[in-house]
Design a binder for this molecule. Structure first.
Ligand code: NDP
Length: 256
């Protein structure tokens, strides 16, 4: 198989949580571009339907929108059932759905902390658990990619987001253990750890943005499309020897 063919996902089925917008949308498009059937899982049925229809048109791909709040286990189970019903299985899971609360520790409520952990960390666990029931039965196993963050490894400043750091740090340990436990079933588990990507998710305050820029080795902040190719690589056979790994993609932010 040629190198380029190893990046293809023809006939494979990929679920992307939060696939309707931001980084998840770019990942969903990237996976469709290399031939995967793509399930756009997100909270808002209308936005999911629209994204799935556009991706199908733009990439001549098979897509399915499923309304899935990753904090609800029954919804996650229904997402897996709908995927299996439509495509016959699941080969790739991208745990992308994520939120952040920007406020200092002393002002943060326990409810906000729990909400962030529930979406970013426990949400990934719920999805892996139920997708894993199907994936681990596959002859070819499967792939899980968690969209973590460089925040798993560093303290961010000047913004305050301790719940977010804890959730992304937790994804590191989660990934290591899951990769170990499911290796015998042929399931690879890796994380991607982006730096600042201009989506709705981040602070757009001018002074804050300039503080970040001072730490970067490249001049421009990432766009969602800059993250998608790395996820496609990790989802494909091109990365067949990579598991239990985290790949930072941050324009050199964390080396300073
Ligand atoms: P956006 O805010 O643009 O998108 C977040 C996505 O997650 C949306 O699709 C949203 O759905 C979905 N989502 C949120 N909560 C839930 C939930 N409970 N159940 C299901 N879906 C949910 O953020 P980004 O694209 O920037 O972030 C995507 C991932 O990338 C996150 O995990 C984030 O932590 C990570 N990341 C982002 C960075 C950045 O600089 N932007 C840097 C490093 C990591 P809806 O449209 O319904 O709200």
């Amino acid at each position: 198989m040629s190198i380029l063919e190893q990046f293809r996902l023809d006939g494979k089925t990929a679920i992307v949580t939060g696939g309707n917008r931001g980084i998840g949308r770019a990942i969903a498009e990237g996976l469709a571009d290399v031939g995967a059937n793509v399930v756009v899982a997100n909270r808002d049925g209308e936005a999911g339907d629209e994204a799935a229809a556009e991706i199908a048109d733009d990439y001549d791909a098979e897509t399915l929108a499923v309304e899935t709040n990753v904090t609800e286990e029954a919804a996650v189970e229904a997402m897996v059932e709908a995927t299996v019903e439509r495509f016959g299985g699941v080969d790739v899971l991208i745990n992308n759905a994520g939120i952040v609360h920007h406020n200092p520790v002393e002002e943060k409520s326990v409810e906000e902390w729990e909400h962030t952990i529930d979406v970013n960390l426990t949400g990934a666990y719920r999805c892996a658990k139920h997708v894993g029931e199907v994936m681990r039965e596959n002859e070819d196993g499967g792939v899980i990619v968690n969209v973590s963050s460089m925040s798993a490894f560093i303290a961010n400043y000047p913004q305050h987001q301790v719940d977010y750091q804890a959730s992304k740090g937790g994804l590191e340990a989660f990934k290591n253990q899951l990769a170990s436990e499911w290796a015998e079933d042929g399931v690879r588990v890796n994380n991607v750890n982006p730096g600042y990507v201009f989506t709705d998710n981040i602070v757009h305050d001018g002074d804050v943005v300039e503080t970040w820029r001072d730490e970067m080795l490249v001049e421009e902040f990432a766009e969602p499309d800059d993250i998608a190719p790395l996820v496609v690589y990790l989802a494909s056979d091109a990365s067949g020897y990579v598991t239990g790994e985290s790949v930072v993609i941050d324009g050199g932010y964390t080396v300073r």
